[in-house]
Design a binder for this molecule. Structure first.
Ligand code: NDP
Length: 393
């Protein structure tokens, strides 16, 4: 039976990898909605190729160009936030959430409300609104499947296991572009230097987040929210080869590791075909050639995002939304060359400290309105922290 699928963030790295898999068996799918942020050419090309019912571009100024590109086709062209949410209400069996940043949250919630299976690449959704997202899924009998490679790995290692037998989860980290850089050098790291990853080919924002380890920080929080285990049970280890994506330790001392090539089509494909496994066009590991797998403890002085993640996991409540919002604003400022590489963590830490003086960050965010309010407030506070830093320099 053909499955109805939608892809939010279709023009990005994860979206394109998802379409690559869909395109290998197009007869199995009816594509409902494809969305992009501002890349009209890619969105229109894919909407035509896959015969999507609707193509949505987030930037409303791009609508005339999208309409022109889709003229004469069966695909409807729409734009803006309301159109994104409308597309998420269109019945679909499987929805890929691959918009980058907190903007991915609302379409994901809407998809869950209509009972779709949500393949979640957008880690920011779980970090900002883990409780709301999982409760929405439960309320509507919908399912959230992890697509982040580490969480897909944990999910796979847990098949057939009892959560009560889990002692710990170990999330691996490649160490990003600056794994071996000394602290003194990190302060002067440029946007270009932070934008290339040694192992993974990803969007620019997540690549920089990997260099600062904010990406790993988000993943630790994501682990807490998705699997419901305590911060003390969640560890991270540097593993430069990026071949083991995560390990699960059980009470009998066994460690189940998930290995695979650094290719997101594995985790996407697992979520696409779950609970079955299908052939996937990913490289097979040659262990004899790899010969060695290395591990080292992360350095919290050089990567303070990991230390901040511990605080956020302990606090829960609104701390995740505040953390992510401050991180996104700090990343914008780094990309705009307003602040340095190490300043990003300082901005996030100072924003959390400022917010803690005004409110109790650990109070739960029950509704979408609560989440959006915290997201907004943290962005305003983070901008103030950045302005003060800019004035000082
Ligand atoms: P990209 O930057 O490559 O793509 C992001 C997508 O979101 C694009 O389609 C972009 O549109 C769209 N977009 C950007 N801003 C908005 C907005 N405000 N409203 C609507 N759409 C928007 O990111 P990735 O594919 O790398 O990452 C997507 C998500 O998956 C992130 O949450 C990331 O953390 C997560 N992830 C990514 C991995 C990877 O390997 N890339 C691995 C694990 C998780 P356009 O390009 O048209 O402007």
């Amino acid at each position: 039976m053909r499955r109805k699928i939608s892809i939010f963030g279709a023009t990005g790295s994860i979206g394109q990898s998802t379409l690559d898999l869909i395109g290998r068996a197009p007869e199995d799918y009816d594509v409902v909605a494809l969305t992009g942020g501002g890349n009209v050419a890619q969105l229109a090309a894919d909407a035509l190729k896959f015969g999507a019912d609707v193509a949505v571009i987030a930037d409303e100024a791009c609508l005339p160009e999208l309409r022109a590109a889709l003229a004469g086709s069966q695909t409807e062209a729409t734009a803006g936030q309301a159109a994104l949410l409308e597309a998420a209400t269109r019945p679909a069996d499987w929805v890929m959430s691959a918009i980058v940043g907190a903007a991915g949250l609302e379409p994901g919630l809407k998809a869950l409300e209509q009972g779709a299976t949500l393949a979640l690449a957008n880690k920011e959704s779980l970090v900002t609104a883990g409780k709301l997202l999982m409760e929405t899924a439960a309320k509507h009998g919908a399912r959230v499947l992890p697509v982040d490679s580490e969480h897909s790995a944990v999910f796979q290692a847990l098949v057939g296991e009892d959560m009560g037998a889990v002692e710990r989860v170990i999330i691996t980290a490649s160490g990003g572009a600056f794994r071996d850089w000394p602290l003194e050098r990190l302060a002067g790291a440029s946007v270009d230097e932070a934008s290339s990853h040694p192992n993974w080919d990803m969007g620019q924002r997540i690549t920089i987040d990997s260099a600062s380890m904010f990406n790993k920080a988000l993943e630790l929080i994501e682990t807490r929210e998705y699997f419901g285990i305590s911060p003390a049970q969640i560890e991270t280890i540097i593993h430069p080869q990026s071949l083991i994506h995560a390990l699960v330790g059980f009470r009998d001392g066994a460690l189940m590791a998930h290995l695979g090539p650094p290719d997101m089509r594995h985790a996407i494909g697992y979520a696409l075909y779950w609970p079955k496994r299908q052939d996937l066009p990913v490289a097979r590991l040659d262990l004899a050639q790899i010969a060695q797998l290395q591990f080292e403890a992360p350095d919290l002085a050089r990567f303070p995002a990991l230390r901040l993640a511990r605080d956020v996991m302990e606090m829960r409540g609104g701390a995740g939304a505040a953390f992510n919002a401050a991180k996104e604003v700090a990343l914008d400022a780094f990309l705009a060359r307003e602040i340095g590489f190490m300043d990003m963590a300082t901005v996030v830490e100072e924003t959390l400290a400022a917010l803690s003086k005004e409110l109790t960050l650990s109070n739960p965010l029950e509704t979408l309105a609560d989440v959006l309010a915290m997201n907004h407030l943290a962005r305003v506070r983070a901008r103030s922290v950045i302005s003060v830093r800019i004035k000082k320099t």
